[in-house]
Design a protein around this ligand. Structure first.
Ligand code: CMP
Length: 149
């Protein structure tokens, strides 16, 4: 099966809570290959582009303000079926429905601050990776573990 790429963002507050390492551990333990990783501040303009599909919704302005409120950690993850499997690992958008054991199920209490973002389709993954990473920031590496994962 061809490896797929997806985009992930640990939203503002994750650094403050000192759980970046725990969440990245869950992602690595599942078997995702991290091929891009950085910490950054998101401007309102960048948040508008990331969340353009939600423009006009009741939570849109609060979402922009929140995403721009503090540093985030963004990642590009690679795996077979990366988009679907990473969304499963994150759990439902609403922490009320996210099962224990998922990232949102274990670390989030409210939809508006649901701790992590995951691309929802191939098109979104391509668009979001392109928004947040330059091609030279993505590192294609092999360690021989592929057959176990
Ligand atoms: P995310 O996966 O980053 O994609 C869009 C974000 O909008 C979502 O996570 C939530 O943080 C936020 N969001 C979606 N629905 C609601 C809602 N009903 N109320 C508040 N925030 C929401």
């Amino acid at each position: 099966m061809a490896a797929e790429r997806t985009f992930a963002m640990l939203k503002p507050g994750v650094l403050s809570r000192r759980v970046v390492g725990e969440i990245i551990s869950k992602i690595e333990r599942k078997g995702f290959k991290i091929i891009g990783l950085k910490m950054m501040n998101v401007t309102i303009e960048l948040a508008e582009r990331q969340y353009a599909e939600h423009k006009g919704k009741s939570f849109y302005l609060d979402l922009l303000e929140y995403i721009a409120s503090g540093p985030v950690v963004v990642m590009v993850l690679e795996a077979d079926q990366a988009i679907k499997l990473f969304r499963l690992l994150c759990g439902s958008t609403s922490p009320e429905q996210a099962l224990p054991g998922t990232i949102r199920g274990d670390y989030a209490m409210h939809t508006s601050i649901n701790i992590i973002h995951a691309s929802d389709s191939k098109e979104s993954a391509v668009r979001e990776i392109d928004l947040f990473f330059r091609p030279e920031e993505l590192i294609d590496w092999e360690d021989g573990n592929q057959k176990w994962i």
